[in-house]
Design a protein around this ligand. Structure first.
Ligand SMILES: NC(=O)c1ccc[n+]([C@@H]2O[C@H](COP(=O)([O-])OP(=O)(O)OC[C@H]3O[C@@H](n4cnc5c(N)ncnc54)[C@H](OP(=O)(O)O)[C@@H]3O)[C@@H](O)[C@H]2O)c1
Length: 268
């Protein structure tokens, strides 16, 4: 007799127990139970998980029974993340998303493994000086490294793993501050890096249609994190809850479009 314990996608749902044996003579029923199990045990990779939105996404995907591969630059110092580690579904990896070497090591460790969802969450604001009279160009380049180049680098590296999944998704946490449709001032580095990553994800979505890989940039709301500040409109929990629902509802129809944490389409 085979007993499989897991949880359904619904947050905080109780553990479910599937007993597969008497159905051994009914292969169709066995197959559907097996498929259900596979869906429940999807693997999600999230970058920048030691704090902020990434940490909250990690918590919520774990609560829902996913296998979470949580990455951050310095796992030893990631105390909140390490406190979640007694959940057997959590694997923590060191990853600096701007480093070719770090991404390559990470990719090698995942060789041949199925990845259902990649969430490019790690991001930076791009320095304190981002106006016409005072621009920190080094920080601007760094913003492009983290916010624009890294989501592409990681997505490209993980395509072989994503191709093994039933409903592969690449979700990049962008920002409405990069939207060309909104009139805005200042924050040149941040805005331009997010506008650019939106375009990168739109192009990627077109190139990955035939592989069935869904690609979406998302706006997480204005969130109370180190980046968003305490005056922001929503908590990390609210943002991650909305993103969780959105990510689990994505289909090819959504691919190549920009979405908000509330599941509404955003103008580019
Ligand atoms: N908060 C908002 O209101 C808001 C609004 C729109 C979009 N966003 C976007 O949402 C995402 C998450 O933001 P947040 O508010 O949670 O920011 P946060 O609290 O400042 O966290 C940023 C995360 O990114 C990580 N990170 C930065 N550079 C990295 C690198 N080179 N390699 C790996 N990880 C790196 C940080 O790790 P370290 O601790 O090692 O630095 C941290 O875990 C970002 O992409 C941001 O642009 C946020």
């Amino acid at each position: 007799m085979l007993i499989i314990c897991s949880r359904l996608h619904k947050k905080q749902s109780p553990p479910y127990v599937f007993i597969i044996w008497p159905f051994g003579k009914n292969p169709k029923l066995c197959d559907s139970l097996f498929n259900l199990f596979i869906i429940v045990m999807e693997t999600v990779i999230i970058t920048g998980t030691n704090r902020g939105i990434g940490f909250e996404l990690t918590k919520q995907f774990l609560q829902a029974g996913f296998h979470v591969i949580a990455t951050c630059r310095n796992p030893e110092a990631a105390s909140d993340l390490n406190n979640l580690a007694n959940d057997g579904n959590l694997s923590i990896f060191q990853l600096d998303v701007t480093s070719d070497e770090s991404v390559s090591d990470f990719f090698t460790s995942l060789s041949g493994k199925v990845v259902d969802i990649l969430i490019n969450n790690a991001g930076i604001i791009g320095g304190d000086s981002q106006d016409i009279y005072n621009m920190d160009y080094k920080a601007w380049i760094q913003a492009f490294e983290v916010n624009t180049l890294a989501p592409f680098r990681l997505s490209a590296a993980l395509i072989p793993n994503l191709k093994l999944a039933k409903r592969p998704r690449i979700v990049t946490v962008s920002s409405q501050m990069g939207s060309l449709n909104r009139k805005s001032t200042g924050s040149y580095a941040y805005r331009s890096s997010k506008a650019a990553v939106n375009k990168v994800m739109q192009v990627l979505s077109a190139e990955l249609i035939d592989d069935g890989i869904i690609v979406c940039p998302v706006h997480p709301g204005w969130v109370q994190t180190d980046m968003g500040g305490q005056n922001a409109e929503i908590t990390p929990h609210e943002s991650a809850s909305g993103l969780f629902e959105l990510i689990n509802s994505l289909t090819m129809e959504h691919s190549g479009r920009f979405w908000t944490w509330q599941g509404e389409e955003h103008l580019w």
